[in-house]
Design a protein around this ligand. Structure first.
Ligand code: DP6
Length: 332
């Protein structure tokens, strides 16, 4: 075994959303999803093997991890240890450059980097598909950050054993035509989430009468999205992404009790995106488990879109992202 390794990974934003699991332990989703990996806010994670006894030592941005964050990382390391047939504890150091509260899931870049670094440190020889499936076990969206550019995460077939299901749910790159996209990230509120996405997903699947219809329409959205990406049709890509995201939020609003991540500032940004479209600028919004808005547009329009969004939410921060690279080993 290498004994130590360092890896870097970037966040991704879903254009067709992952919302709902069919197996919580294995992190098997109810629907396929599709995302763009960003070129900003990398997470760099190093893993070093330690003696067999004792416990894992995990540091996140210079502070010891605790609670739920630590438990998820230790569970993930247990899985890597089981596969490697090694009992060594690990020293994990992770530096995340996502600005606090930027509304970009750091779990995606975090578990993608951890999967790549831990697999190398424990001597597992895994290809990108297997690394994606492994990252998935830490956080579903991390399966997509293993790849750069656009990636689709397959839910995988329902039938068969748990092992088979585990093996057949992974992400892979999606072919894209002549598209020069940017994603303008509008941070309207840096506060913590009212409900974790994990808990919110569970409640939505269990109680929302709108969940099943959205899951069915999402499958159709995915097929249309793949065609739109291949055609390099930014208007179609944006329209499909926006309706898919709004539909996902509708499933949450119909949950009992409702899960609402969207705030008045979110709607103000959505209004500014509509105005951009009325002015002939293709700009389309998507929102995740928080009030922040990511606006998909052409790269040539990104400054103008960022400007419009800034005016809409004075005091908010705006970042411009483009497609970025997949997770990779730095050394180890
Ligand atoms: C709304 O991947 O954070 O961002 O698998 O429970 O860790 P877990 O959930 P996570 O959920 C992301 C949900 C989303 C949509 C998406 O990224 O597809």
């Amino acid at each position: 075994t290498a004994g130590r390794a360092t890896a870097v990974a970037h966040p991704n934003i879903a254009l067709i959303k992952y919302w709902g699991k069919r197996d919580e332990h294995l992190v098997l989703p109810r629907v396929d999803s599709l995302s763009m990996t960003l070129n900003v806010f990398p997470t760099t994670t190093s893993v070093r093997l330690a003696p067999r006894s004792g416990s894992d030592m995990v540091t996140l941005n210079g502070r010891p991890a605790a609670g739920e964050a630590l438990r998820r990382i230790v569970d993930f390391l247990d899985l890597v240890r089981e596969r490697a047939g090694l009992a060594h504890r690990a020293v994990v150091d992770s530096e995340n450059t996502v600005p606090t509260g930027a509304g970009l899931a750091s779990s995606a870049s975090g578990f993608a980097a951890l999967a790549v670094a831990a697999a190398a440190a424990y001597g597992l020889d895994l290809d990108a598909t297997a690394l994606s499936g492994l990252a998935r076990r830490g956080s579903g969206s991390a399966s997509r950050s293993v790849f750069g550019g656009f990636a689709v995460w397959h839910a995988g077939p329902d039938a068969g054993s748990a092992e088979e299901a585990d093996r057949s749910s992974y992400a892979e790159p999606v072919p894209v035509g002549d598209l020069d996209p940017a994603l303008v990230v509008a941070v309207v509120d840096a506060g913590p989430k009212p409900v974790s996405s994990r808990a919110a997903m569970r409640r939505t699947v269990d109680t929302s009468p709108l969940y099943e219809p959205w899951a069915v329409s999402s499958q159709a959205d995915l097929i249309e999205m793949r065609a739109a990406l291949l055609a390099g049709d930014i208007e179609a890509v944006g329209e499909i992404a926006e309706r898919n995201a709004l539909g996902m939020h509708a499933t949450m609003l119909a949950a009992r009790p409702a899960v609402r991540y969207l705030s008045p500032a979110t709607l103000t940004v959505l209004d500014s995106v509509l105005r951009l479209r009325q002015d002939g600028i293709p700009a389309y919004a998507t929102m995740d488990a928080g009030p922040n808005v990511k606006v998909l547009c052409r790269r040539v329009d990104a400054d103008r879109v960022a400007e419009a969004v800034c005016v809409a939410v004075p005091g908010g921060a705006v970042h411009i992202a483009e497609p970025g690279p997949g997770a990779r080993l730095l050394h180890g």
